[in-house]
Design a protein around this ligand. Structure first.
Ligand code: RFL
Ligand code: PHB
Length: 390
């Protein structure tokens, strides 16, 4: 069997790429290791940049997001017992972000793909990549005990950090850069109204906390915790108490508690693989890079990779040009590294590190004080938060 582009992974990057290519008349097959329900059960990102919103619309699946998504024109940072607002729309000349869950984006993209008739193979086992250093790459997989093969023009590795695509590249052809942080985020999802209309990022001596939301009736909260934290040790009551202790009195009293509907620990990591292209294999999204969630950039970077990769593949199919494919990795990485910098900076400024005593504690406090005393510093934060231009 043959198709033009094999997409490995049906997360947001794979599905968005599939939609954009489909609309340009390019055939794709998506291969996903897990079931559709499993993919839809993962609770992840919540904040979309305007560029991401634009791409979802361009992919033809933006109607529900426009109806149900919440447009935010600011967020807060709480520290030393006070709340401070970052007026992102005012600071960026009119830009904003959209609060709309990754789960919903994924669902809309899956529905769009179903409607277009483009094929997705769920529960594809042992996906393997072959011959991508030549003009006719192949992908094989097993399903229900039968081995299948697809020959294609290009492979898009959209299979996340633990996927097979990056792992298939010979070690000598790839360079990786990594920082692992000495803590994780314990996240809780609950059907309770959010404690404030905008997100609150809180820096506290007990550790970082974040108040986010999925809708006006569903909240998403996080607290910084040790990476090896056992979820069984966190009753809902313990979580709510810890969250409130880090928010400052005003936000704490506004927290509505309720039973958690999801609770999980995510490690925090910065990671980049270079380059993002190996012959006819192109990496996109978490397969190529990871950011700590503090800057809300992971899904948005996946979307900007897809913008560059879909442009390159469309140009290549239309006029046989290699130039666009050659440019992909450098274009994507230029934006990736700026988001890596921003996410690392937000993480460092807002979290409690083991070495945060004396000098580093004072420097972090000075950084936050400076931020809210300087319009220039706030504007820099805001322009990164809403997303740098493509
Ligand atoms: P995904 O979503 O990991 O999807 C990859 C897909 O590939 C499949 N797969 C395979 N398929 C076939 N064969 C194999 N061998 C395979 N191996 C894996 C997987 O099953 C999966 O379906 O990667 P993608 O598409 O690149 O999307 C990236 C985003 O998911 C990620 O960057 C964000 O969720 C990060 N993130 C956030 N990003 C934001 O922009 N804003 C946020 O507010 C935000 N908050 C977050 C986050 C991530 C979090 N966690 C849990 C890591 C909050 C959290 C807590
Ligand atoms: C979320 O709602 O899950 C979320 C929001 C903002 C972040 C990270 C996660 O920076």
């Amino acid at each position: 069997m043959r198709t033009q582009v094999v997409i490995i992974g049906s997360g947001p990057s794979g599905l968005l790429l599939g939609q954009l290519l489909h609309r340009a008349g390019i055939d794709t097959v998506v291969l996903e290791r897990k079931s559709r329900d499993y993919v839809l059960s993962r609770v992840r990102a919540g904040v979309l940049e305007q560029g991401t919103v634009g791409l979802i619309e361009e992919a033809g699946v933006g109607a529900r997001m426009r109806r149900e998504g919440l447009v935010h024109d600011g967020f807060e940072i709480a520290f030393a017992g006070e709340r401070h607002r970052v007026a992102i729309t005012e600071l960026t000349g009119g830009r904003s972000v959209m609060v709309y869950g990754q789960t919903e984006v994924t669902r809309d993209l899956m529905d769009g793909r179903d409607a277009s008739g483009a094929p997705t193979v769920y529960e594809a086992e042992d996906v393997a990549l072959h011959d991508f250093d030549g003009p006719s790459p192949r992908v094989t997989w097993r399903k229900d005990g039968v081995t299948h093969e697809l020959v294609c023009d290009a492979i898009a590795g959209c299979d996340g950090y633990h996927g097979v695509s990056r792992a298939s590249v010979p070690a000598g052809a790839i360079r990786t850069f990594e920082r692992v942080y000495p803590f994780g985020w314990l996240g809780v999802l609950a059907d309770v109204p959010p404690c404030a209309p905008e997100l609150i990022y809180a820096a506290h001596d007990r550790g970082f906390a974040l108040c986010s939301m999925r809708s006006t009736t569903r909240s998403r909260y996080y607290v910084q915790c040790p990476v090896d934290e056992r979820i069984e040790d966190w009753s809902d009551d313990r979580f709510w108490d810890e969250l409130r202790s880090r928010l400052g009195p005003e936000a704490a009293v506004a927290v509505t508690t309720g039973p958690s509907i999801e609770k999980s620990v995510a490690p925090l990591r910065s990671f980049v693989a270079e380059p993002m292209r190996f012959g006819r294999l192109f990496l996109a999204g978490d397969a190529a890079h990871i950011v700590p969630p503090t800057g809300a950039k992971g899904l948005n970077l996946a979307a900007s990779d897809v913008r560059y990769l879909s442009d390159a593949l469309i140009e290549h199919v239309r006029d046989g040009s290699e130039a666009a494919l050659d440019r992909y990795s450098a274009r994507a990485l230029a934006r990736v590294w700026k988001a890596e910098r921003f996410s690392w900076w937000m993480t460092t400024m807002l979290h409690r590190f083991p070495e945060d005593e004396g000098f580093t504690a004072r420097i972090k406090r000075a950084e936050l004080d400076y931020l809210f005393s300087s319009r220039a510093a706030l504007a820099s934060l805001a322009e990164n938060y809403v997303g740098l231009p493509y």
